[in-house]
Design a protein around this ligand. Structure first.
Ligand code: CDP
Ligand code: CDP
Length: 212
């Protein structure tokens, strides 16, 4: 089984992806970490975010087993990730790894921006997770505070709006809901409610397929 989860920043994709993977005994890939790792490599090397050659080279050198999520979650890294991820050559260089991950038994949950539209268009279940920008900014601000790098919530909201716009507006694999994706709006849901709703979507999709 392959489950594709897409959605904007801090909508809850990663949390749902991890929980669904554990629930169904699948592997989990947070594809945002890949773009963040490329962004961090450019930042560490003092390269501009639109340096195509450096971005593709950084992608070739990635070792997802050595990702450090805490360092990759920094606000500055997310900002550069959203610029670097608009480079078509970089996205192309990362397709095979993601598809191989999805196709490896027993199957996987992948979360990102283009999983249901580009990476796994034939996924068994597609979920598009959203929440209002204000709620997402609040969640992210709580995370930054908990990590010891607090940020003003209004600044987090401005960053999220800018990143959403960039991710939806780019030509290469823009953020958008696949035609066959189930919409899950978590604005008024706590985590456990959102997980139950996601499991309900998976179960309904499986039951539907069984009847075909
Ligand atoms: O955790 P958050 O939702 O804030 O971001 P993320 O999923 O870690 O992704 C960081 C950035 O990488 C996004 O703003 C996108 O620009 C980019 N990204 C992408 O283009 N395609 C993906 N499949 C995943 C992330
Ligand atoms: O992966 P993405 O950036 O979409 O979001 P996440 O990292 O799963 O969630 C962002 C933050 O929101 C985390 O601290 C989650 O615990 C929290 N969250 C929440 O409060 N309520 C939800 N329904 C989902 C996530």
């Amino acid at each position: 089984m392959i489950i594709a989860i897409d959605g904007p920043a801090a909508s809850g994709k990663g949390t749902l992806g991890k929980k669904l993977a554990a629930h169904y005994g699948l592997r989990h890939l947070d594809t945002g970490l890949i773009y963040r790792a490329v962004a961090k490599a450019l930042l560490d090397d003092g390269r501009p975010a639109d340096d195509k050659t450096a971005a593709v080279a950084a992608a070739a050198a990635l070792d997802p087993a050595r990702f450090e999520p805490a360092a990759l979650k920094a606000q500055a890294v997310g900002e550069v990730a959203s610029v670097v991820s608009a480079i078509p050559e970089l996205r192309a260089a990362l397709v095979a790894f993601q598809r191989d991950f999805a196709a490896t038994p027993p199957g996987a949950v992948l979360d990102g921006r283009d999983i249901g539209t580009v990476i796994c268009p034939d996924a068994d279940v597609k979920i598009f997770v959203t929440a209002s920008p204000e709620v997402r900014a609040h969640r992210r601000a709580l995370e930054f505070a908990a990590s010891g790098a607090p940020m003003d919530e209004a600044a987090v909201l401005a960053d999220i709006r800018k990143r959403d716009e960039r991710d939806m507006g780019r030509a290469a694999a823009p953020l958008k809901q696949a035609a066959d994706a189930h919409l899950l709006d978590t604005t008024n849901m706590d985590i456990s409610t959102a997980i139950r709703a996601a499991i309900d979507i998976v179960e309904a999709s499986r039951a539907g397929r069984g009847r075909d």
